[in-house]
Design a protein around this ligand. Structure first.
Ligand code: EPU
Length: 342
């Protein structure tokens, strides 16, 4: 176990915000994590505890006056093979995209559309990451976690995780109570590409790939190129991917919006609700490519807020609040951050 006191968090958040943690604990086994928790409980230490992954969905508003936990466990192993399916247990600390690449290289399919999403495997199970018509929940069977108060191991079925759009029980009733240590995925031995999202088919064609004979590597490459063209690289421009979730609006509200803006992009959720892209709403408010101090709105995707250099968490939050107020004033729609404010 590696413990660093007064640790800089700059390398642990993709916004590149300069903040410090009182203590940063990197554990390399479940037993180490359990021992740390039990020791802390025995000492009556109730200071704040935060488990992080790749820091791609966090905004530090100041220094963290507690302990930050991070897993350095790097293991992928097959637990079962049954017919078309392979079941694989993956440690939380593995970089998400390294896992996607590993799966494709192993001829385990399903994750191709989730290529290049930043962050680590543990966070995928908390956040239910998604892109281009796929979501992590489509492949998660179980989640192993450690109780941060008692050190006990818990297994959650996908049903108990209560997955929804960018949502899970780990963001609600289980919030802050568990450290996810492993995620169990069910992938397929057969490649069945999902190509229905937006311009994906066109992007495949433009690259000269044959849709009827597409390889998983070609699909992954296409997704990577689409993402690179639209989303900033955190090492070049600090950001946390989509800053807001796309709002679900009541059908009556949507119909009014569509009457005034016939070109509004949208996805039907169910009979009552329609999902409207927050990026479009923000762009309509004139924020795309604009800045408030050192915090900016990315010029190729208005859903992404960026650190233009030296921004604090509070600078980003101020921009977030201004955008929310403008979207509310213009459209009467509330948009909610996907990023966690710490
Ligand atoms: N749009 C605009 N202006 C913008 C951005 C988007 O008009 O500045 C419009 C687009 O033209 C398009 C629609 O909004 O018609 C949707 O845009 P896009 O396909 O880029 O997807 P998104 O809804 O903005 C979501 C995810 C992304 C994911 C993409 C692709 C959320 C919060 N975000 O974005 O996820 O990559 O779909 O599946 O659901 C992330 O979570 O960090 C992330 C990048």
């Amino acid at each position: 176990m590696k413990i660093t006191e007064n640790c800089s968090l700059k390398e642990h958040n993709t916004f590149g915000i300069e903040a410090k943690a009182h203590k940063f604990v990197e554990y390399s086994s479940v037993e180490e994590l359990q021992a740390f928790i039990r020791q802390r409980s025995a000492a009556g230490d109730s200071s704040p505890l935060l488990h992080i992954g790749g820091g791609s969905n966090l905004l530090f508003l100041g220094d963290y006056e507690g302990t930050i936990l991070h897993s350095s466990m790097q293991e992928i192993y097959v637990t079962a093979n049954e017919g078309d399916y392979v079941y694989v247990r993956v440690t939380a600390g593995i970089t998400w995209d390294a896992w996607v690449q590993y799966a494709i290289d192993s001829n385990w399919f399903g994750l191709e559309n989730l290529s290049l999403i930043p962050g680590e495997v543990g966070a995928s199970a908390v956040q239910n990451i998604g892109a281009y018509g796929s979501e992590a929940k489509d492949f998660i069977i179980f989640v192993d976690a450690v109780d941060l108060e008692t050190g006990e191991i818990r297994h959650f079925t996908a049903e108990e995780c209560r997955y929804g759009y960018r949502d899970s029980a780990f963001k609600h009733e289980l919030r802050g109570r568990y450290a996810v240590t492993h995620v169990h995925f069910r992938l397929s031995h057969a490649f069945r590409p999902i190509l229905d999202y937006g311009g994906l088919r066109r992007a495949i064609e433009e690259r000269g790939f044959d849709e009827t004979n597409l390889t998983p590597q070609q699909l992954r490459q296409t997704i990577i190129e689409i993402r690179r063209a639209k989303l900033p690289e955190p090492s070049e421009l600090g950001n946390a991917g989509s800053f807001f979730t796309n709002p679900f609006v009541a059908r009556e509200v949507f119909e009014k919006l569509a009457a005034e803006n016939p070109s509004v992009p949208h996805y039907d959720v169910d009979a009552e609700r329609v999902k409207v892209p927050a990026g479009w709403l923000i762009e309509q408010c004139g924020w795309k490519g604009k800045a408030l101090g050192k915090a900016g709105v990315y010029d190729r995707q208005a859903l992404v807020l960026v650190n233009l250099g030296g921004a604090t968490g509070k600078d980003i939050k101020a921009l977030c609040e201004q955008i929310q107020a403008d979207v509310r004033a213009k459209f009467g729609i509330n948009i909610t951050p996907e990023v966690n404010f710490i």
